[in-house]
Design a protein around this ligand. Structure first.
Ligand code: ZN
Length: 240
């Protein structure tokens, strides 16, 4: 993803075929969260700059629920992932340390974005989204492209013994020797394991290689850096 700028606000952004996806940064003050008073203004700014008629979000609860933005969609639905098939309508998730995951099939014109913290990663929300692509919309796994966005990486994500035990005994992750470096958990390795188990080719899996906790050149909001702040990274995707 490339760093782009609008009115001194910096985004990581990429376009592939008919899909556009972006991540806000903290290089300038641009935290986004529904409870912040500039929320509507900031969402409007993103809509204008990326030419979107709407941006849909869900009320995030660290679940493995993926919600489709169809005619039944209403504001306030609880979940941690969204799927969109209509053009120029964005979907987005809020993160600070947790992993934003982008998925799309540009042939079938389906796009998704997920919030995958340790709970969503443990419960494999990414598998739930891939299942919808494949089972409901008949995506070929060879056409599903995944980008794992900026999150707290193994360098900085130390966890307690209880969580370590839980992940080391996960039915899928226990087979991957790289999910821990001492007591530091790699959510990325866990998500990779889940994605590859769905037969997505490894070359379709891309990593936006920033740790939100220690990245110096591009800055991000990190819960562990500032637990009292509501500022969040906003990761969004749309079909053009
Ligand atoms: Zn780090």
């Amino acid at each position: 993803m490339k760093l782009i700028e609008f009115d001194s606000k910096y985004f990581l952004y990429k376009e592939i075929d008919n899909i556009g996806f972006g991540v806000t940064t903290a290089n300038s003050e641009f935290g986004i969260h529904p409870k912040l008073e500039n929320y509507d203004k900031n969402i409007k700014f993103i809509k204008e700059k990326f030419n979107l008629s709407d941006i849909f979000v869900v009320s995030q609860i660290h679940s493995d629920i993926v919600i489709e933005c169809d005619k039944n969609f209403t504001l306030g639905l609880e979940g941690d992932g969204l799927i969109i098939r209509e053009i120029n309508r964005g979907i987005g998730v809020f993160t600070a340390d947790c992993v934003p995951i982008f998925l799309f099939d540009s042939k079938k014109r389906i796009a998704s974005v997920l919030h995958s913290g340790w709970k969503g990663t443990y419960n494999e929300i990414v598998v739930k989204a891939i299942d919808i692509f494949v089972k409901k919309y008949h995506s070929d796994v060879n056409d599903i492209v995944i980008y794992i966005g900026p999150h707290i990486k193994v360098c900085c994500y130390e966890v307690g013994e209880e969580l370590k035990y839980k992940f080391n005994n996960h039915h899928r992750f226990q087979k991957n020797a790289n999910i821990f470096n001492k007591n530091n958990l790699s959510l990325l390795e866990c998500i990779k394991t889940s994605v590859l188990a769905c037969n997505i080719p490894i070359y379709n899996l891309n990593v936006v290689d920033y740790c939100v906790h220690c990245s110096k050149d591009v800055k991000f909001y990190s819960y562990r850096n500032d637990p009292n702040s509501l500022n969040r990274i906003f990761s969004f995707i749309f079909i053009k």
